[in-house]
Design a protein around this ligand. Structure first.
Ligand code: ADP
Ligand code: MG
Length: 399
């Protein structure tokens, strides 16, 4: 789960990270009111969407010459004009894809006098299984280019969970940023506060870009992107409240309400599978047979009739779906119960695309009999390879 920049900054400030003053705004009036509370004379009006690259982004409605999604304002009239430009319009950045994202929230913050922009991130390094710092002196809006053409300028080191964050980690961050004296101390403090925030919130990513040094010599978090481990959200009610559902795929949100693990993909074969491993294998074998899965969907071990029906409906909402492959192993759940669920769901949603079902496990024969007796045009399959070949053939026949 991701949150907005202003939410991330409020959160990180609690752990002692240096954040400039700023306020969220949902309307032009609120943006002006927010600016009035700031010292000025420089304000920054920032589009709040769950995607980076806003500074260099373009608004669809405003044409190529208009300014991007992060703008400086030198007085309240400019704050007002920028807010009016941004709110309700669609910002396209390198991270949003062509469709872009509608800006419904702004963050109005104190303008900083920037001397230098650094990059500082924390993430889980899967290779070492540790929380790692990623640090570079070359922060700012071109970090992707730095990673691509001068990767040696990006330093990475992991923290041993047995010791936690130690003073030498702070010194390593400062050294990687080529800071000395008081600024080195500030860098170590920022690193330590981010590490504490990372662990305490079960974050999966904290990215500060830029971490700025101001002309006055202070380190300041100017942009913050924070993501959380979805599996740990149950113990962070306060963080779940920050969720902005308008930023998420509608089908994925609906799926999460039914406790279904659903991720939309680009292909045309809808998949309904129980167990993440089986789901991955099913997607692989569809690809092997020359088509692409429209989604990843794990209905879980205890797939009830309600869940199966909800899953069908979610899959069918995707207009790209030209056929569905159900691949269920009846272990905890018995095949006859699943078959009942499939038949009821298929009738309920008025299924109009080909459906191939492969069942295996407990009571498999009863399950197959139920499908055969249903009167529905369900194509039964015997094993995974057979199922994939059949759904690919059906989809191609229909095309
Ligand atoms: P994004 O990464 O989505 O483009 P940022 O928040 O990093 O958005 O803003 C882009 C650039 O705008 C930053 O690299 C920085 O140069 C400038 N900027 C952002 N916030 C401020 C601020 N409070 N004061 C001055 N400049 C800022
Ligand atoms: Mg940034």
């Amino acid at each position: 789960m991701n949150i907005h920049e202003y939410q991330a900054k409020e959160l990180l400030a609690k752990y002692g990270a240096p954040i400039a003053a700023g306020y969220a705004a949902f309307s032009v009036e609120e943006a002006v009111e927010a600016a009035k509370k700031l010292p000025g004379p420089l304000y920054v009006v920032k589009s709040q969407i769950h995607a980076g690259g806003r500074g260099k982004g373009k608004f669809k409605e405003l044409g190529p010459d208009a300014k991007g999604g992060v703008r400086l304002a030198f007085n309240l009239d400019e704050v007002k004009a920028h807010a009016a430009d941004m709110l309700g319009n669609t910002l396209v950045t390198i991270q949003t894809g062509e469709a872009g994202k509608q800006v419904n929230r702004l963050y109005v913050t104190d303008g900083a006098d920037i001397a230098k922009e650094f990059y500082l991130a924390l993430l889980v390094d899967r290779a070492t299984g540790r929380v790692a710092f990623v640090v570079s002196t070359e922060g700012g809006m071109d970090i992707e280019e730095v990673a691509h053409s001068t990767p040696e300028k990006i330093h990475t080191f992991a923290v041993d969970p047995a010791t936690g964050f130690m003073p030498h980690h702070g010194r390593a961050v400062a050294a990687a940023l080529e800071l000395t004296g008081d600024q080195a101390k500030q860098a170590a403090k920022v690193a330590s506060s981010l590490y504490e925030a990372f662990l305490a919130t079960d974050a999966s990513q904290i990215e500060i870009n830029p971490l700025a040094v101001t002309q006055q010599g202070n380190l300041l978090v100017l942009d913050a992107k924070v993501g959380f481990d979805g599996n740990a959200l149950f113990r962070h009610k306060d963080i779940v409240e920050l969720r902005d559902l308008t930023e998420e795929d509608a089908a994925e949100v609906e799926a999460s309400e039914y406790d279904l693990a659903y991720i939309k993909l680009d292909g045309n074969i809808g998949c309904m599978v129980n167990g993440a491993g089986l789901a991955m294998a099913t997607m692989d074998i569809i690809k092997l047979n020359g088509e692409f899965p429209a989604n990843f969907l794990d209905v879980g071990g205890g797939a009830s009739k309600e869940k199966v029906t909800a899953a069908f409906k979610i899959i069918l909402k995707d207009p790209a779906v030209k056929g569905i492959l159900v691949n269920i192993f009846g272990g905890i759940m018995k095949c006859d119960i699943i078959a009942d669920g499939i038949v009821a769901a298929a009738k309920d949603v008025n299924l109009s695309v080909p459906l191939v079902v492969r069942l295996e496990g407990t009571n498999v024969q009863q399950g197959k009999d139920i499908l055969a007796a249903s009167g529905l045009a369900i194509v039964p399959a015997d094993d995974l390879g057979d199922a994939a070949r059949k759904i690919v053939a059906e989809v191609r026949k229909a095309a």
